[in-house]
Design a protein around this ligand. Sequence first.
Ligand code: AHG
Ligand code: MN
Ligand code: MN
Length: 342
Amino acid sequence: MTENPIGVNLTRHIHQTQQAHPEATGELSTILNQIALAAKIVSRKVNRAGLADVLGYTGTENIQGEEVRRLDVLANDVFISAFDHLGNFCVMASEEVDEAIPIPDEYLCGGYSVAFDPLDGSSNIDANVSVGTIFAVHRKISFGPRGDNSDLMQPGNRLVAAGYVVYGSSTMLVMSTGNGVHGFTLDPEIGEFLESHRDIKIPEKGKIYSCNEGNYGYWTEGVRRYVDHIKESDEASGRPYSTRYIGSMVADMHRTLLYGGIFMYPGDLKKDPTTPHGKLRLLYECAPMAFLCEHAGGAASTGRGRVLDVIPESLHQRVPFFAGSTNDVRELESFVAKYEGA
Ligand code: AHG
Ligand code: MN
Ligand code: MN
């Protein structure tokens, strides 16, 4: 036979990963394939958003206090419908739903929990800017037959799988089950995700910083000093860095994974001058992105410690977030330690 005419599609990659783990039950494989199905459905809606009357607002607010867009609701419904009957999950959490989402009584529960941001960056959708979906999968640890919050509120260092879908110039699924980070691009003509980015590795040091500098005045001193530092001209040390900020975490983190540098959503002192509060949510934005960063050879920090070591205290908890090239994240941490005390 000539070379494999199909290449490595997502299904083949998932099978190969499962076969590498004799103890695997196949549950995770089913989950990942179902995520891909849901992603294809959302991709189709996003790519026709302007035509399919799914732009604009619903007129309601979510627990985050954000105006909910029709596509937020649509994507949320697609992922919940893809997961609730699978028999592999015991409980779910979504950015768009206040409380944990139980598996309906008529369906079996399985050995995993999932937290997801069904549509990330949705404030950009009407301007046709890339948006995405983020997911995080943990093992069930509760004793009851049905899951509960404890299955969701585990530190990221216990994640078994995490990833995102970026609905951009093409639709890509980027994920890790702990053995490298791999990217698959959707071929809409055959409706299959084909491997396009095997074993993504973040450069050790980058030349791009990504943050909403409009919040500069609310940041803590160490963060401000760090950003001032990387904007100073010093050819020998590769400064100043270039700035890139899309405003969709998935798109900004996708570029950071591929090109390196540092993505930052610092805590700000807007609400409370004594304690910096982050915007990005731990369970379904920061922890899954941190999992991917570390498995791609990068780092992810709250500024004072590893994101994956944060013990969640609530479903929609927010944390300050700095992630990307290890050297850049460590330098940020050194500025926080120097100017804000360890
Ligand atoms: P979501 O659309 O899921 O609420 O997430 C939006 C987040 C994230 O995607 C992005 O990094 C950040 O909000 C941008 O915030 P600012 O507009 O404050 O910069
Ligand atoms: Mn989001
Ligand atoms: Mn969202």
